[in-house]
Design a protein around this ligand. Structure first.
Ligand SMILES: C[C@@]1(CC(=O)O)c2cc3[nH]c(cc4nc(cc5[nH]c(cc(n2)[C@H]1CCC(=O)O)[C@@](C)(CC(=O)O)[C@@H]5CCC(=O)O)C(CC(=O)O)=C4CCC(=O)O)c(CCC(=O)O)c3CC(=O)O
Ligand SMILES: NC(=O)C1=CN([C@@H]2O[C@H](COP(=O)(O)OP(=O)(O)OC[C@H]3O[C@@H](n4cnc5c(N)ncnc54)[C@H](O)[C@@H]3O)[C@@H](O)[C@H]2O)C=CC1
Length: 198
């Protein structure tokens, strides 16, 4: 079955990352960008994670994952290099009703990390349902060559226009017509520019 793409507001959410290797570090970086509160449990951390601990950007417990680590967390990322530990984390999280993403086996988790492209508030995420992350990265890079920072700026402009429009009480059919037409107009202008800033 296809995945359900949802954009989660992770700000101030408590998120557990089990594992302290390069994959865990990549997930932590993505999580911190969203304002999530990240706690890492691992016997060993790569330098990037040690730096984040020293800067108090994340908290950590030195040691192997234990079920009690899950307590109070909204999401857990199983990113150890031990297949069985990752499987146990997925099973424990399921039992506790906590969302889980599993770095080495997406199907036993609830969700996965897509390749992301951000241009201001515009967020584009690409997933291959775990079948080829490299393909997701390359598709993201292709889109990155088409959608430059101008799209983020145009979006800010459109958002301001929308906010004003919504206070005018014209009704949703009218608003939809105006907004869709303005969005098309701005996108046409963006596509016709010669000076893109990637
Ligand atoms: C299921 C998922 C789990 C999850 O992490 O949620 C997962 C799993 C696995 N990745 C593996 C390998 C690679 N992962 C990348 C890169 C990224 N992987 C990411 C996501 C995901 N990876 C989720 C699915 C996303 C989807 O739907 O496609 C990205 C997009 C986002 C992120 O990590 O935040 C990030 C790009 C970050 C960016 O550039 O923005 C590269 C490419 C590279 O490094 O250049 C390679 C090598 C090439 C290759 O294998 O394709 C392996 C095999 C390990 C092995 O060989 O042992 C597994 C395990 C398995 O498949 O079993
Ligand atoms: N999702 C993705 O994008 C990718 C996923 N992978 C998978 O991710 C996993 C991790 O990869 P790397 O970070 O490269 O591994 P790594 O070997 O660099 O790091 C593994 C980390 O797990 C920790 N660990 C081991 N046992 C643990 C336990 N019981 N509890 C808590 N922490 C424990 C280690 O101390 C270490 O910090 C691998 O299983 C790999 O197959 C690999 C590449 C990409």
């Amino acid at each position: 079955m296809p995945y359900l793409p949802l954009n989660i507001d992770a700000e101030q959410r408590q998120i557990l990352v089990a594992g302290g290797g390069v994959v865990a570090a990549r997930k932590v970086r993505v999580l911190l960008e969203t304002g999530a509160r990240v706690h890492v449990v691992a016997p060993e951390l790569v330098t990037d994670l040690k730096v984040l601990v020293a800067a108090e950007s994340i908290t950590r417990r030195i040691g192997s994952y234990e079920r009690s680590d899950l307590k109070g967390h909204f999401l857990v990322v199983a990113a150890t290099n031990d297949v069985e530990v990752n499987r146990d984390i997925a099973a424990d999280a399921r039992a506790e009703g906590i969302l889980v993403a599993v770095a080495d086996d997406p199907r036993i988790g609830d969700c996965l990390f897509p390749a992301i492209l951000r241009r201001g508030k515009l967020e584009i995420s690409i997933s291959t349902a775990g079948t080829s992350p490299a393909f997701a990265v390359e598709v993201r890079n292709l889109i990155a060559g088409m959608i430059d920072v101008g799209y983020g700026l145009a979006l800010d402009q459109l958002a301001a226009e929308r906010e004003k429009l919504l206070t005018e009480g014209n009704g949703s059919t009218y608003n939809k017509k105006i907004m869709r037409s303005r969005a098309r107009e701005l996108i046409k202008q963006l596509a016709e520019r010669k000076d893109r800033v990637l």
